[in-house]
Design a protein around this ligand. Structure first.
Ligand code: ZN
Length: 258
């Protein structure tokens, strides 16, 4: 079988300074890739009651060609499946979708904080290191609207609802953007909590707003239907209340001569 070396692969020539212990590549805010992901984040921020935060950093998530192999094989199988309707441009219907989870370290808070931690409760680092694992699905949220799968969404403000910091004092939050093979989705407006796979002839379940949902979600049921692709760090610095003089006084605990 031919190994595909796409630009998420550690073996790709663009990524020669990276390796097993360096998996995050900071993107320049001027790069087209940064702009594209930032646009997705901005467009996906749909909750009217949540202020849209500023994107601070975006990292590309690299993995070994071996770890990406299962994804490429699955994507090719879906692309050639008889149930796929549009074979022209994106036959596997591959999409970039958001996922929010727990972060118990300061990963991504500045460009230098790009090493993954080993805390078992830090799901963010675990997913970046070894991708999604459906057997762990539901370990955080017991209710599974469309059954036993990996949940993603085009709605970044919905993923934000699931993005939790263990370190309460951080001004930043993080969401993952993943490559997802959506294929031919089964569209549903109502819950189906017993699903363990998409209905025959489909590759995913697409929950549409209108019935039980307020915002879209897409569920896949195969570990190889998804790989984390980007880490988006966002948030606004807390506004400083007070004037410069009181800041200096507080910092040095000495009154200033007036
Ligand atoms: Zn971590």
């Amino acid at each position: 079988m031919t190994t595909i070396l796409d630009d998420f692969s550690l073996e790709h020539p663009d990524n020669k300074n990276f390796g097993k212990t360096r998996r995050l590549k900071a993107l320049s805010s001027r790069s087209s890739e940064f702009v594209e992901v930032e646009k997705l984040f901005s467009k996906g921020w749909q909750h009217p009651d949540k202020k849209k935060p500023k994107v601070s950093r975006i990292f590309k998530i690299l993995a070994s060609a071996q770890d990406l192999n299962g994804y490429h094989t699955y994507r090719a199988a879906v692309a050639s499946s008889p149930s796929v309707k549009d074979r022209s441009k994106n036959p596997a219907n591959e999409q970039l979708l958001f996922h929010g989870t727990n972060r118990y370290c300061s990963l991504g808070e500045d460009a230098g904080k790009s090493r993954l931690c080993h805390l078992s409760r830090c799901y963010l680092c675990r997913i970046i290191r070894s991708s999604f694992d459906i057997s762990k699905c539901g370990s955080k949220h017991k209710f599974r609207r469309f059954g036993h799968g990996v949940y993603t969404t085009a709605c970044s403000s919905k993923a934000d609802d699931y993005s939790k910091n263990g370190e309460e004092n951080s001004q930043f939050r993080a969401v993952l953007v993943s490559r997802v093979v959506v294929g031919n989705p089964h569209k549903r407006r109502f819950n189906a909590t017993e699903l363990t796979e998409p209905p025959c002839g489909h590759h995913s379940v697409l929950g549409e707003p209108g019935g039980d949902l307020n915002y879209e979600e897409t569920v896949v049921y195969d570990n190889d239907a998804i790989r984390p692709a980007y880490l988006v760090i966002y948030g606004d610095a807390p506004a400083f209340k007070g004037n410069f003089k009181s800041l200096v006084v507080n910092l040095f605990k000495t009154p200033l001569a007036s």
